[in-house]
Design a protein around this ligand. Structure first.
Ligand code: ZN
Length: 355
């Protein structure tokens, strides 16, 4: 019955003003009778697993309508109208016990004076919602990464509110996250031991216009590939080896083609005068984390071969409709042990989220 209570509490939080990406809770329907009976409980090898989706989005209408958000915010977040009841029903059907909510950053262009209260409001609202619905949702703090010292403070403040980590973009106003000015943020995140979820926010490219949604399909994983490559090659991951950094969309293209990264400095040494790395570039994938959003069993097998199954956590991208079979993807891909499946489905996320 506690699930039902949470469900109803979530309904009351409609007035609290959370909006799941394009999903107005102001329009949330009362839970349909019997809806919760359909909840799929996932077991692996006879053991019940709390499944955790580390890649799920939401936004807050209060902050969007405050006028302080960039104009691009709403258009960047538009998907089919949804609501909380629908979200819970889909989670129940798919066997997802918990979503880790993050808000894609659209405030990296805001001034310091404006972005402080903006981020604080978002974090307070997200924390309030997650605490009230803690069986099904937890959240990641948002930060003003264009002011890395402020971002460091906001991570700490967000965790104090009850959030379990931090979400960031793959670059900040054209700056790579390996640039020295971001060191205070990385240092704080490492010191606190929090999960960092990195989600791409690429600048649209003219050549990716046209048929095929390439500004998403290619540009998003490309952004992640570039971001991770700089963090490797500029020595950020050597400087902060304790970072718990998870890249969205299976890490983009990097895990697909890592050996080229290993060969580059051998073939073109004149362009490798930066820091001397402590290990081969491809080996850094074993200290990074990735979501499982790679679609095919072969993709998952390869990601695990490069990074280790211990580095993969289930991700859906909800409410963007990229997959409805994230649980089965992990349950049915051949070649994994039960322990590895349990880790990918939820145990690794639970450990990194300290829950
Ligand atoms: Zn996403």
């Amino acid at each position: 019955m506690s699930h039902r209570r949470d469900f109803l509490q979530a309904g009351f939080h409609i007035a609290g003003g959370i909006l799941f990406t394009g999903c107005s809770l102001l329009r949330a329907d009362p839970p349909a009778a019997g809806a919760l009976l359909k909840r799929r409980l996932v077991t692996v090898g006879g053991k019940r697993i709390r499944t955790i989706d580390v890649h799920a989005h939401c936004i807050f209408p209060a902050t969007l309508s405050s006028g302080s958000a960039p104009a691009s915010t709403q258009s960047a977040q538009q998907v089919n109208p949804e609501n909380l009841a629908t979200r819970l029903r889909k989670m129940d059907e798919q066997g997802i016990d918990m979503q880790v909510l993050s808000i894609n950053p659209t405030w990296y262009g805001m001034s310091r004076d404006a972005v402080g209260p903006f981020v604080q409001t978002q974090n307070e609202k997200l924390a309030e919602f997650c605490i009230a619905n803690k069986e099904r949702f937890t959240g990641l703090a948002t930060v003003a990464l264009q002011f890395p010292d402020l971002a460091a403070q906001q991570v700490a403040a967000g965790v104090k509110l009850g959030l379990r980590g931090v979400s960031i973009g793959g670059s900040v106003n054209g700056e790579n996250l390996s640039a020295p000015q971001f060191n205070p943020f990385w240092a704080k995140a490492e010191e606190m031991g929090v999960l960092i979820f990195m989600h791409p926010q690429p600048v649209p490219q003219k050549r990716l216009e046209g048929n095929g949604a390439l500004n998403n399909v290619i540009n998003n994983p490309l952004e992640t590939t570039i971001a991770l490559s700089h963090l490797i090659f500029e020595g950020t991951l050597d400087r902060y080896p304790g970072l718990k950094l998870c890249a969205a969309h299976g890490g983009g293209y990097l895990p697909s083609y890592p050996e080229r990264s290993d060969h580059g400095c051998t073939v073109i040494p004149e362009q490798c005068k930066g820091p001397t790395l402590k290990k081969r570039p491809s080996e850094y994938m074993r200290q990074l984390y990735f979501d499982s959003l790679v679609f095919s069993a072969e993709g998952l097998r390869h990601l695990a071969a490069e990074a280790g199954a211990s580095q993969i956590m289930m991700g859906t991208d909800y409410p963007f409709p990229w997959t409805t079979t994230a649980v089965d993807h992990i349950l049915t891909a051949p070649g994994f042990t039960n322990a590895q499946r349990r880790a990918m489905l939820g145990e690794t996320a639970a450990r990194l989220l300290m829950m």
